[in-house]
Design a protein around this ligand. Structure first.
Ligand code: NAP
Ligand code: ZN
Length: 333
């Protein structure tokens, strides 16, 4: 069976129509007819091979929403169900991490657009363990970004036991960041947005920021010292790590989920003073995605989206690459 997708054929290449023959449907697999797919900055990194893991032709798209059209005998979803898929398409299913609902850190983690073709397409076949139903209250246009961007910012908040007493900072008001601000507000946290784009202030406050700091302004960063307990870095570009670590209060945690190009360089003393932790986080397990969807449904957390037809995938991706998206581009049909 032939699926119709959009692929980059080389590093940084334009997205062009690309048809491929789907693998046979395995016993655990699900076939989804895709209606929507969000564009994450990781799709840009993949098309540009920023991480040296890309394989071409590369079909991006890992915030996939659609309807189940077919399934193998062992797949636990229903034909006709509205479902989604995120960054992960597979894992070993047997290791200690898979067994305790931490498939996202399985050493054999398989990525939707690296170990197969992604969601800029009319259909996809994928392991049903990573296909999850969407709560009725969340529209198909809004659901996709919760499967990658949403869980990536919500899962670390659960892991680090963020509660209403935690002062939260979010670095980068993009696809991930604008969702993080909403989750943080819904959790009752005093929230500060750190952004390199002053024009985003009003909208950032609308998403949940009580305070807005221009992260490229040395004076503003100086006045933001000792401000937050948990700093979630979603920026896709290099930032002044030292100045951002200084925004942490004693015993604070900086959790990096963005993928800036350069190594994170900090002098040891920056960790010593105030005993700070610098850590990272990778997407979220299927269980964490379920929790993200439920929390978002219950608290009205939704991406602010710009809808483009699939045929304009290349133009749409360019908006994300140029930091022009406000705040998540979604392809839809
Ligand atoms: P995005 O929508 O493009 O947002 C990234 C934000 O980074 C921008 O909106 C911008 O915010 C900030 N930024 C861009 N250029 C900057 C610069 N020169 N200096 C400082 N800040 C800058 O991207 P996204 O989809 O949210 O993804 C963000 C990052 O997270 C990407 O690197 C992506 O690959 C990564 N990611 C990681 C995971 C994971 O599991 N760890 C999952 C998904 C995505 P301001 O304009 O407010 O500064
Ligand atoms: Zn992503």
């Amino acid at each position: 069976m032939s699926f119709n997708a959009y692929a980059a054929r080389e590093r940084g290449g334009a997205l062009e129509p690309f048809d491929y023959d789907a693998d046979p449907l395995g016993a655990d697999d699900v076939e989804i007819e895709i209606t929507h797919c969000g564009i994450c900055h990781s799709d840009v990194h993949l098309v540009d091979d920023d991480w040296g893991i890309s394989r071409y032709p590369l079909v991006p798209g890992h915030e996939i929403v659609g309807v189940v059209k077919a399934k193998g005998d062992d797949a636990e979803v229903e034909i006709g169900a509205r479902v989604g898929v995120g960054w992960q398409r597979g894992s070993c299913g047997e290791c200690e991490w898979c067994e305790r609902d931490e498939e996202n850190v399985c050493p054999d983690m398989r990525a939707t657009c690296v170990d197969g073709y992604g969601g800029f397409a009319d259909r996809i076949r994928i392991d049903g363990r990573f296909v999850l139903p969407i709560p009725e209250r969340i529209s198909s246009e809004a659901a996709g970004p919760l499967f990658c961007g949403g869980v990536t910012v919500f899962a670390p908040a659960l892991r680090w036991m963020i509660d209403a007493k935690t002062k939260v900072g979010v670095v980068g008001v993009g696809g991930l960041g604008h969702l993080a601000l909403q989750f943080s507000r819904a959790m009752g946290c005093e929230t500060t947005a750190f952004s390199s784009t002053p024009a985003k202030e009003e909208e950032a406050r609308g998403f949940g920021a009580d305070r807005f700091v221009v992260s490229t302004d040395a004076g503003e960063m100086k006045s933001a010292r000792n401000l937050v307990d948990f700093l979630l870095v979603t920026a896709s570009a290099d930032i002044d790590w030292r100045a951002h670590l200084a925004a942490l209060r004693p015993n604070g945690v900086m959790c990096v989920v963005g993928a800036p190009p350069s190594p994170i360089c900090l002098p040891a003393g920056a960790y010593h003073v105030g005993q700070k932790t610098v850590t990272g986080s990778a997407i979220g397990s299927p269980r964490a995605i379920r929790e993200t969807l439920q929390f978002a449904a219950d608290h009205g957390v939704r991406p602010q989206t710009e809808l483009y037809p699939f045929e304009e995938a290349d133009r749409a991706l360019a908006r994300t690459r140029a930091n022009e998206a406000r705040y998540r581009v979604v392809l839809g049909r």
